[in-house]
Design a protein around this ligand. Structure first.
Ligand code: ZN
Ligand code: ZN
Length: 127
């Protein structure tokens, strides 16, 4: 009774999935990576979606943009007023790679939030 489960109904087909070389874990979001029958098809389709292919490596649009910014610098938008957990701050976004920067830096905001949670920092909001 060791019959192969592969039948006319359950086929084995070759399938190519592209893995981003930028080290991001899930560049495809919900739905998972698309499957392709050939490498050429994968490159043709993903190039249309702004992937970058160099030699044997592939970068998703966001890793390609980050690599770009690493070389040429971020293209920051104007600072905008924002708030993190109710703390007023300023925030700007790189128009190229979507990196976000906060003023004061997010690290400091997180410390302020933690201090507030354990009751440090006085009883009034400082403005
Ligand atoms: Zn990536
Ligand atoms: Zn950037």
């Amino acid at each position: 009774m060791s019959e192969s489960p592969i039948t006319e109904a359950f086929l084995v087909v070759p399938c190519i999935v592209v893995q981003c070389s930028g080290g991001c874990c899930d560049p495809f979001g919900p739905g998972g990576p698309p499957h392709f029958e050939t490498v050429d098809e994968a490159i043709a389709v993903l190039r249309d979606e702004a992937w970058v292919f160099v030699g044997k490596l592939a970068w998703c649009p966001s890793c390609a943009a980050k690599a770009d910014c690493g070389v040429t610098g971020h293209q920051w938008d104007e600072w905008a007023d924002d708030a993190v957990e109710g703390l007023p701050c300023k925030q700007r976004t790189c128009g190229h790679c979507a990196e976000q920067e906060y003023e004061p830096p997010l690290r400091e905001l997180q410390v302020l939030i933690q201090m507030r949670e354990i009751g440090w920092g006085g009883d009034d909001e400082t403005r």
